[in-house]
Design a protein around this ligand. Structure first.
Ligand SMILES: [Cu+2]
Length: 306
């Protein structure tokens, strides 16, 4: 679901609708006296687990396990301090869960009771940043490698320290399995365990954002990349050719900033926010600088325009 992560404006509209509903919900609870003394901004997200054959680029398809039929699953975006409600609906015969790393709650809540068709949990998004979310059903490795993952953004209460920026969301992961004669890939458990992906993907596709569909940015304007390395088992070293990151927030937390770095390592299940400014128009290739993975598909390009 590359488009979900790439087109910020349409997502912002959708989220503002969610936000408006959440505000209304919060007000209703307050009036009923069931909420805490101060009105809560409850943001609700519903996911449905399903198996689906997804297009992963280069004419290849993959028998994915998904949230809402897409890989990655839908973006969860809230503001620091929000009460967040997650519901997972599962009508399949497989067990599934949903763990967002932004939540600080008993991890039993991330998976429903055996056989339950749905479950719901709440948490308060207290720490700002960008977070992995993923399935929590065993074997977790297989569920994550099969596509059950996504990104959570918790925007800082007071906004991002460097103000507005062009936003880009990138989720890096791997595909484990050899294509058959028709280009269909069935997940290969042995390769998942050995941590030897056949392909590397940004936002669900191999060699995404190549010359035919670069991510267009404005020259001279700050770019903010929200980045999650799903892994599930390999470290990523994110780099943009022709740029030095003016700021990197480890885990996306503004309290953990480093400045003027060329690349930055993001472990599996971890995340970061990268800020840079393209100083002139043209192409800026971005990649996992573990070049084996860039070769396998974790490489794309920004096209900076005037
Ligand atoms: Cu699952």
């Amino acid at each position: 679901m590359a488009e979900t992560y790439r087109h910020v404006r349409s997502r912002a509209r959708a989220l503002s609708t969610v936000g408006a509903l959440a505000v209304l919900t919060g007000v209703a609870l307050f009036i009923l006296g069931t909420a805490s003394a101060r009105a809560q901004n409850v943001k609700k997200f519903t996911f449905t687990a399903s198996r689906k054959v997804v297009n992963i680029g280069l004419g290849l398809t993959y028998n994915a396990w998904t949230y809402n039929g897409t890989v990655p699953g839908p973006l969860i975006r809230v503001t620091q301090g929000d009460e967040v409600e997650i519901t997972l609906i599962n009508h399949t015969t497989d067990a599934h869960g949903l763990d967002t790393h932004a939540a600080q709650i008993n991890s039993d809540k991330f998976i429903g009771k055996l056989g339950a068709k749905s479950f719901t949990y709440r948490f308060r998004a207290e720490v700002p940043g960008v977070f992995d979310y993923h399935c929590f059903a065993p074997p977790v490795l297989d569920h994550v490698a099969s596509g059950m993952y996504g990104m959570t953004i918790v925007d800082p209460k007071g906004g991002w320290p460097n103000g507005k920026a062009q936003e880009v969301m990138l989720v890096e992961a791997g595909i484990y399995g050899t294509p058959d004669a028709r280009g269909f890939i069935r997940g290969d458990h042995a390769k998942m365990v050995a941590a030897t992906p056949d392909f590397a993907i940004f936002n669900g596709k191999i060699s995404n954002y190549g010359p035919s569909n670069p991510i267009v940015i404005k020259s001279g304007k700050l770019v903010r990349v929200f980045f999650v390395n799903i892994g599930p088992s390999l470290l990523s070293t994110f780099h943009v050719m022709g740029a030095v990151f003016s700021t990197v927030y480890r885990s996306g937390n503004p309290a953990d900033a480093v400045h003027n770095v060329q690349s930055f390592e993001v472990g599996p299940g971890d995340a970061a926010v990268f800020e840079f400014t393209p100083h002139e128009p043209g192409t800026y290739v971005f990649l996992d600088h573990n070049l084996s993975r860039a070769y396998k598909g974790a490489m794309g390009m920004f096209k900076a325009v005037q």
